[in-house]
Design a protein. Sequence first.
Length: 312
Amino acid sequence: MAEPESTVINTNVKQKDPSTALVIAVTTRAIFNLEEEHKLYLEKGKEEYTRHQQVNQDKPLPPGTAFAFIQAVQYVNKKILESNPAERNLFDILVLSNNSPESGVRIINSAKHYGLEISKFCFVSDEDSTQYLKSHGVKLFLSADRTDVCNALRRGVSAALVFQQEVQAPSTPLRVVFDGDAVLFSDETDQIFQEQGLEGAVQYERAMEAIPIGEGPLKAFAMHLGKMRKKFGQEKCPIRTYLVTARSGRDMGIRAIKTLREWGLPIDEAFFMDGAPKGPILAQIQPHIFFDDGLHNIQGAQNVGVPSAWVP
């Protein structure tokens, strides 16, 4: 693949093969806390922002919401290579940025400072940087910009919007929590619920029990994670996945479980909340990232310090 002119290869990191790796692209504002700098950019313009970044290029940026997730992903790579040094199905992290290469030096220096194993830094001047996702083989895209996320989803790439928050770095293993409808699964039942209420949704689920639910926007990413998990025994697996859904277990849980079985997607734990708040259970799990399509659930997760990503 011809690299865009503004791609910086990180020679300190062993480059992965994008055809076999699970490629995750993060924007600079998803991985680092650039809120002050972003404010400066909006108020004073690009030149002032670039000057600020150049003056501060040796001052590491504070960690952002996706930072702990990227660290945990590195831990998984380490464990995979310990068990098989020739393994090529690894996580591969690239940073996709609208910064110019001049203002991007601070981004590269910050990644080095924290020991983040980022393979490539792509500095893209185009308004829509998501056009480069497919050429890099990206399987998950995390951004702090809603337009970026919507564009990526339209291009068929699993993507979510990261909200800046103070995040406690949880310990390993990598823990990922998925919501069900409109995240792992399609929103077909949600739509019935909107039109016919809970009773209509329950009847629909009972009638459709033997038929798998349609695919949601993050199914492809979850399947890649599942493939990685299968390399390890249950005891030593450095990845744990969870389903935390508003569905009730009694009326609407069976179809969800059957769908996961049909897909061959292993999930460590499933919680059917029956509409109860998700915050308390998320506080217990302490995931590195939580994906949900409901902003009230994202808010609840943020209130308990859980790094959250919204799937619009």
